[in-house]
Design a protein around this ligand. Structure first.
Ligand SMILES: [Zn+2]
Length: 334
């Protein structure tokens, strides 16, 4: 196999668009196409995947022979490929794995987007060669992926390491998360909830020149704007940043205590746009993590950017982790 010859297809489905790519054996992107999501239904996404594949087929005719990995911000049942919940798409219990298999055959694998990103960063990115790595992205939601002993950690059902949905608030009357549950970390510390969270601070009587200036318009209350305001005289923004720093610092610090990774890779739109918040969170997580487990910890930013998810999804499809091995063990024991 020569360099440049496609070995796998990697696809990253984001909140607004998808990117699909052919990758060669070195993990390099040979060809990439990008499409805006026309609709959020399973049928609309499937149609877009068919279209993207047809475009890639112009570059590589034998595309049907390649494994295909699709990274999705979702909780996905490993065996069935059913999407339990995908907050960005508004999906609950969608049998998308079956739809994909019917359309493209058996060599298609869905993977949680942060699991894909962790695999990509551990293979070719910030943690190249690293066998114990944790990725935490704070963007629209809060996501985490972990590589443990060189393999992505999936859990029994593929639902492990869902950091965004650990409970940090009351279960009965806590904030409502996009997953449908209450009290999730994501509902207290992600981009999607920033406008509401700031509005709550204002409702408590804290002054906010930012909130007043944009008349509370949600699309103007971005992570970047709040980050800048929090450095000035915006008491509501500053108080919100203290809350979020505490939530994320504790949660990520606890992950370090639990996983003892050699590297923590941080990314996502909120951290990218809000450097002051990112710095405060790193300081807080280092205070919160148990000393021994964090002694050798390196904290880095993502280096592959948007490509990490594509590369990781392709790698997971090309070299299926635990599930495949478990099937092999099941066969041996029969
Ligand atoms: Zn949740």
């Amino acid at each position: 196999v020569s360099a440049g010859e496609p070995q796998a297809i990697g696809i990253d489905v984001g909140g607004t668009h998808l990117r699909a790519a052919l990758l060669d054996k070195s993990g390099s992107i040979v060809q990439v196409v990008r499409h805006n999501l026309a609709g959020r239904t399973p049928e609309a996404l499937l149609a877009l995947l068919v279209k993207a594949r047809a475009e890639l087929k112009k570059t590589f005719d034998a595309i049907d022979t390649l494994p295909m990995g699709i990274g999705l911000a979702a909780q996905i049942w490993l065996e069935s490929g059913t999407v339990a919940v995908a907050p960005n798409l508004g999906w609950h219990n969608v049998p998308f794995g079956k739809m994909l298999a019917d359309a493209f055959g058996e060599r298609v694998r869905m993977v949680n987007d942060l699991n894909a990103i962790a695999v990509g960063e551990a293979a070719y990115g910030a943690g190249a060669g690293c066998k114990e790595l944790v990725c935490v992205f704070v963007g629209t939601g809060v996501g985490m992926g972990a590589v443990v002993g060189g393999e992505v950690m999936e859990g029994a059902d593929g639902l492990a390491t869902e950091l965004g949905h650990i409970k940090v608030g009351p279960l009965d009357n806590g904030r409502l998360c996009g997953c449908g549950e209450r009290g999730c970390l994501e509902a207290y510390a992600s981009g999607r909830h920033l406008p509401d969270l700031l509005a709550e601070k204002v409702a408590q009587g804290l002054p906010s020149p930012l909130f007043d200036a944009v008349k509370g318009k949600a699309d103007k209350l971005t992570a970047g704007a709040i980050d800048a305001a929090a450095q000035g005289n915006d008491a509501a923004a500053a108080a919100l940043w203290v809350d979020i720093t505490e939530h994320l610092g504790r949660a990520i610090g606890n992950v370090v205590t639990l996983f003892n990774p050699s590297m923590l890779v941080l990314g996502g739109g909120v951290f990218a746009a809000a450097p002051h918040l990112r710095r405060a969170c790193v300081q807080r997580l280092q205070q919160c993590a148990a000393r021994p487990a964090s002694t050798h910890l390196q904290v880095r930013d993502t280096t592959l950017g948007d490509d990490a998810g594509i590369i990781g999804a392709a790698l997971v499809a090309f070299h299926p982790p635990q599930s495949e091995r478990r099937n092999r063990i099941n066969k041996l024991s029969r």
